[in-house]
Write a protein that binds this ligand. Structure first.
Ligand code: ATP
Ligand code: MG
Length: 449
């Protein structure tokens, strides 16, 4: 039996629950079903945080939910879920799952259910069964719309108060069932400031290798939750702490070595930057951070290729392609991100060219901004020329005609005595090969930061 925490004993107020979620819960209740708010939203409300989304659990079967809500559709093949849409908000309604329906292992055990209805009935279950498939006690509380009480089967209520991340069941077994739970643990530690139970922490350290078997597309979803939700730096620290970061970004980890120097600073600056953007409600793209993670290794590889006789520009392009390919075996980004990422890495070669039509075209291209942001980060840790970074910064602040002038496009001269920025003096770094067939730009290929 659950511990039932009555309305007067907890802090969840309906005023903090999405109106649409409430609508769904009340309609389920009025139709005679159970309706609970569940998972992260109950946890976040108890912590006084605004939930990202509101998930509902019910004893109504998906078809029943579908029939109750005109604005709903069913998704998923075996575990069907209802998505109920209200404008931009989607309330996900899941039927209680029966035992033996683990996300991964269960999928195999239940294959025979695919074809016939015979096994269908034990796909769904009661709330008492539903609770045990959840990962952490803090994620296993149910808020009951019938009387506004919270149902606690696992001790999650006190764990939330103590800010403890405790696994439901035996950590080793639960991590083996679904290794992504290790990343979820790191994420909740980062986002909520929870401390991990020692067995949870120990098991993650020893089972980290299991992440190698997780499909790269699923790891991309987790990447987004870890690194694009405002706590990227904290996530990174947690992942490093438990040895998970090298599992996700092997090339980055190899390039960084033991860390603690300007290489870590480069990575951490980028993470801080991303967090700031999220805090300011500015857009973020996953290709930027992944590109930052790869940059050092790309530059190193490019230097090798260039030493073998390839033009510097081509070397950078090839190195970016190579490392992006390797990284995709761990974390699969959709093409709409991976292509711009490679461009951003390659385009680091373009900043040295500070005059002419090509420089102007670069400045005005869609790809300039991300490449420039990366260049700035590099300049800040001494991996790129700060004077050149500054030149491009000031150039962007000019009106269009003065930009042309500064770049010496269309008119002669520019940059002197007419308010346009002074062109940076090129800092020569050793010997540069100049070849007839090479593009005008030559990248600064310093191996590493
Ligand atoms: P967030 O605040 O990031 O949404 P969340 O806890 O709500 O965190 P979701 O991924 O939205 O996480 O999942 C909702 C709920 O489903 C979780 O609270 C948990 O109870 C359960 N859950 C999700 N993923 C897993 C998993 N891999 N293993 C076990 N239970 C899971
Ligand atoms: Mg959630």
């Amino acid at each position: 039996m659950p511990r039932i925490i009555s309305r007067s004993e907890h802090s969840i107020s309906r005023a903090d629950i999405s109106r649409n979620a409430l609508k769904v819960l009340y309609r389920l209740k009025d139709a005679g079903y159970q309706g609970f708010l569940v998972g992260g939203s109950v946890r976040d409300l108890l912590l006084g945080r605004r939930p990202k989304d509101f998930d509902v659990a019910t004893d109504a079967h998906p078809e029943d939910v579908r029939a109750l809500f005109g604005n709903s559709r069913l998704i998923g093949r075996r575990f069907r879920l209802a998505h109920i849409r209200y404008g931009g908000e989607i309330i996900e309604v899941a039927t209680f799952r029966g035992v033996g329906n683990e996300e991964d292992g269960g999928a195999e055990r239940q294959v025979s259910a695919e074809s016939g209805r015979l096994l269908r009935d034990n796909v769904y279950g009661t709330i008492e069964e539903d609770v045990w498939r959840r990962d952490f006690t803090a994620n296993s509380l149910y808020y009951n719309i019938a009387d506004f009480s919270v149902w606690d089967f696992t001790g999650g209520f006190t764990d939330i108060q103590a800010r403890q991340l405790r696994m439901i069941g035996i950590p080793e077994a639960r991590f083996r069932e679904d290794p992504v739970r290790m990343l979820r643990a790191a994420r909740f530690a980062a986002k909520l400031g929870f401390s991990m139970d020692t067995t949870v922490a120990d098991e993650i350290v020893s089972l980290g290798g299991l992440l190698d078997g997780v499909p790269p597309a699923r790891l991309f979803d987790e990447f987004l939750k870890l690194f694009q939700s405002g706590h990227a730096l904290a996530s990174y620290h947690e992942l490093q702490r438990y040895g998970l970061f090298p599992r996700l970004f092997p090339a980055t980890a190899a390039w960084m070595g033991p860390g603690g120097d300007s290489r870590s600073r480069f990575i951490e600056d980028a993470l801080r930057n991303t967090d700031q953007r999220v805090a300011d409600d500015r857009p973020v793209t996953p290709m930027f951070l992944i590109g930052v993670f790869l940059w050092g290794a790309v530059a190193e590889r490019a230097a090798q290729l260039a030493a073998g006789g390839m033009s510097d520009y081509q070397a950078l392009a090839n190195a970016a392609a190579e490392l992006a390919r390797d990284q995709a075996e761990r974390i699969a980004m959709p093409k709409r991100f991976s292509i711009p990422m490679r461009e951003m890495l390659q385009l680091q070669a373009r900043f040295d060219l500070t005059r002419g039509a090509r420089a102007l075209a670069f400045l005005e291209s869609d790809r300039f901004r991300a490449a420039y942001d990366l260049y700035l980060l590099r300049a800040r840790v001494g991996n790129a020329d700060p004077a050149i970074a500054d030149w491009w910064t000031r150039l962007q602040e000019l009106p269009a005609d003065q930009r042309r002038q500064a770049l010496g496009v269309g008119r002669s001269g520019g940059g002197d005595g007419d308010g346009t920025p002074r062109r940076p003096r090129r800092r020569r770094r050793g010997h540069r090969r100049v070849r007839e067939d090479a593009p005008e730009t030559q990248p600064d290929l310093q191996p590493g930061v």
